[in-house]
Design a binder for this molecule. Sequence first.
Ligand code: FAD
Length: 291
Amino acid sequence: MRVDQIFENARAAGTMPVSFEMFPPKGELTLERAREVAGGFAELAPDFVSVTYSAGGSGNSAATAKIAQMISDELGLTSVAHLTCISLTPETLGEKIAEFRSAGIENVLALRGDLPDGMSEAEADGIAFPYAKDLVPALVDAGFCVGGAAYPEGHLTCDDLVTSVKHLKQKQDAGASFLVTQLFFDNECFYRFRELADAAGITVPITAGIMPFTSKQQVTRMVFTCAASLPAPVIKILARYEDDPASLRAAGIEYACRQLEDLAAHGVDGLHVYTMNRADVAAAAMSALRG
Ligand code: FAD
């Protein structure tokens, strides 16, 4: 099913879609491992599952379409294939569109991807698809339901939140029909961003992305790669359980569950869980939301 239809149905029913993100497992058995991961998710009946594309510079992009197809065809779940444009040319985009179509993909999350090492934002202007918004029209024209990424605290490379929201509006104007946010640890950031997005005329659903954290290293990485700020309660959990990884993990998952409950109580458009391919993390999130 198209994701914009899922949001439409949920709005009519007064509910909110809950979705999961997974990444293609590394190694030769990618598809088999992905089948195990997604099989665990299927039991939790998420509204859709999105599959990353070469995330974190992993180069792991060849399996994205195959995994998204497996999720839809074998598990009967709606899938979203991510696609980054920073390295695409018009020709390779055409090939990707053909690949996604033949895999039966309906939904694509249009992303720029991180700049290759050494490339500045200014240099990115010289390439075929410098921003995610430039990828959206071709995907819409090809018949896909297209989403984009949103940044409640602004993108790492963008100076201020107002400009970041202005860039976000360009994705909607280009044809994106849903938005998924970067992870955040402080819901107040999301609520402030939501007000700015409303004021800027963003009307497509914005689903809030939450990552249950399970280690201090993971949080540290996210702070620097995602520009997510750390509220005092998270810092206290990290300090309290510094020498007790199991308790830190439990407290991190619990913190995310409370975040999700609070967002649900505030009537957000949808909730997206960064599962890190862990069915237990996804299950905890789902049980906080659906009991
Ligand atoms: P853009 O929207 O193009 O923004 C990139 C930068 O350019 C921002 O600073 C923005 O403010 C600025 N900008 C945008 N438009 C303009 C303009 N018109 N003029 C000047 N500046 C502009 N990465 C992966 O490699 N694979 C994945 O699967 C993946 N999945 C993701 C899923 C989500 C939900 C999110 C939030 C991120 C994901 N990422 C992924 C990371 C993403 O690729 C990076 O954050 C990347 O640096 C920006 O991608 P974008 O699509 O938001 O880019």
